[in-house]
Ligand binder design. Structure first.
Ligand code: SF4
Length: 303
């Protein structure tokens, strides 16, 4: 059995910086305690547990304003997914020390939306309902930004505005987003489209599709809550036409998945610690007849 180590994969620069910032904060004795993160710093339970060991408490809840109501003192870290202006205002009202670990690519989308709304645009935002990133972006202008997930949502829109722009969450499937954007353009021919899928997401998806075609099966190492990891599974299934499973770690691999397979592709989401992926690769390599097929030369990663 061969292993195709799909590359690039794993941590992006936004995730690396967010984790590094949280660890720096944890080590600084001058930072007010307790230290909380509003939601998961990045969507991976292993990362959350590692921060917990350092004394950083992750708070979960329906939305960031609601989570914040449980915090009365200390420091709050905003996650890589970004937060709405309401969260920042409320945190300051409560006298909390705020640390912002928002990825610069997410901040760029916030800036785009505020700039366009100031110019009189209504915004159609393609994103996943219930994910913290859309929550933060919609909070920039709740009356002017409209969240859609798919073409059906677009059909239900009742927007009537001379200036309309469309943009999207950073970690969506680039192919899915194209379909939704086409539906938006058909409905609103005067729309101006701004693609905000980040480079890290694009190169990982493209690599997974291109290199995954050489595999009989592709395993994606990532957390169930990680949107970009779930999208990797989806694009391999839909665009590479190969079976694919999301696994949290080597323990999730079902032997029957590997039965009769000759080449197993392995990739991982942007929030997956590399040691988890390494363990998966080593496990497959340890199976009888294992040998390694290096993937194509790593494209220059944006991470
Ligand atoms: Fe930033 Fe993209 Fe990484 Fe998300 S996936 S943290 S937007 S670089």
């Amino acid at each position: 059995m061969d292993v195709i180590k799909i590359s690039p994969r794993g941590y992006c620069y936004g995730v690396v910086d967010a984790i590094k910032l949280a660890k720096t904060v944890a080590k600084d004795p001058n930072v007010p305690r307790p230290i909380y993160v509003l939601g998961q710093i990045v969507h991976n339970q292993h990362v959350v547990e590692n921060l917990d060991v350092l004394g950083i408490v992750t708070l979960d809840g329906p939305d960031r304003v609601a989570i914040l109501e449980n915090v009365t003192a200390g420091t709050v870290i905003f996650t890589a997914h970004g937060v709405s202006p309401q969260v920042k205002v409320r945190a300051r009202e409560k006298g909390l020390n705020c640390i912002d670990a928002t990825c610069p690519d997410v901040t760029r989308t916030h800036d785009l939306v505020t700039r366009l709304v100031a110019q009189g645009y209504k915004i159609i935002y393609v994103g996943r309902k219930g994910h913290p990133e859309p929550e933060g972006v919609l909070g920039e202008a709740p009356d002017d930004v409209f969240l859609v997930e798919n073409a059906d949502d677009v059909a239900r829109l009742t927007l009537d505005a001379p200036k309309i722009a469309a943009t999207n969450q950073t970690t969506l499937s680039q192919w899915d987003t194209e379909v939704v954007m086409e539906a938006i353009m058909a409905r609103y021919p005067h729309v101006e489209v701004f693609n905000e899928i980040c480079m890290a997401t694009q190169v990982r998806q493209t690599a997974a599709v291109e290199q995954g075609q050489n595999a009989d099966l592709v395993l994606v190492v990532g957390d169930q809550r990680s949107n970009n990891s779930n999208r990797l599974v989806q694009v391999v299934q839909e665009k590479a036409g190969r079976p694919s499973y999301l696994i949290d770690s080597v323990a999730d691999i079902k032997p029957e998945w590997l039965a009769g397979r000759r080449r197993i592709g392995v990739t991982s989401g942007s929030s997956t610690p590399s040691e988890l992926t390494r363990e998966v690769i080593q496990y497959i390599q340890s199976l009888p007849d294992a040998s390694v097929v290096e993937a194509l030369e790593a494209a220059s990663s944006s991470s």
